[in-house]
Design a binder for this molecule. Sequence first.
Ligand SMILES: Nc1ncnc2c1ncn2[C@@H]1O[C@H](COP(=O)(O)OP(=O)(O)OP(=O)(O)O)[C@@H](O)[C@H]1O
Ligand SMILES: [Mg+2]
Length: 255
Amino acid sequence: MAYTIALAGKGGVGKTTITGMLIKYLAEKTKSIILAVDADANSNLNEVLGVEIENTLGDIREQLENNESTQVIPPGVDKAAWTELQLSGALSEGSDFDLLVMGRTQGKGCYCFVNGLLTTQIQRYTNNYKYIVVDNEAGLEHMSRGILPKVDMLILVSDSSRRGVQAAGRIYELAQSLKLGAKEIKLIINRAPNGVAPEGALEEAKSYGLDILGVLPNNDEIFELDGEGKPTADVSMDNEFKKALYGLFDKLEFK
Ligand SMILES: Nc1ncnc2c1ncn2[C@@H]1O[C@H](COP(=O)(O)OP(=O)(O)OP(=O)(O)O)[C@@H](O)[C@H]1O
Ligand SMILES: [Mg+2]
């Protein structure tokens, strides 16, 4: 069974940046191909990793749902078999990871059949990997619907403001009420001025019982690379942010 690490936090705090580096870190450290899952409706993990997306699960779901009118599935072809084929085409391959993009969340109506198919396929896929890393949106949409496998570790990301940590605390409570099963839950405070978290943020973390894995500095190079559309996950090891983040990952003792 793959070990699943999910990242979550409110908008714009650095989840995707950290997820991208975690994928690279785990691939180097464990010498295995990592399954990267972009579970944010506004997907952009591929940009941080430097790969193009071909097809998302949302696209596949839509094609299945609209099949009556569009006939994308040739007559006589089984829906499950068709879905399986499409899913294998929906993985974007990097040098040391495969990226699966969930895409837009569903609209109105019941998608139980399609979700069921997707869930089965994803579970089949996930058995091929040692580590799965999932970039989420704050609401943990795909996790809550059970489409993605159970979470082993949840990494919450926050900026260094009190309200940022409060948002992380609420996601922590949400994760518990959803019974995601995460045995380890950690908080990373990102973009702290001079790499030091303000007292208010620390107090807030304490009030939720959040375990702080570490505090990361703001870093101009990361911001600039991202602005130029370059993959930040590939920044050199000289980068202070990357160095600090890898130090935090070392504490988690992945094998
Ligand atoms: N430590 C940092 N120093 C400077 N810039 C950073 C840092 N961490 C993240 N950023 C920048 O902040 C912006 C938002 O980061 P990112 O996309 O990783 O956040 P996110 O939480 O995934 O956002 P969203 O909620 O939109 O998915 C990006 O431009 C990114 O390069
Ligand atoms: Mg993001």
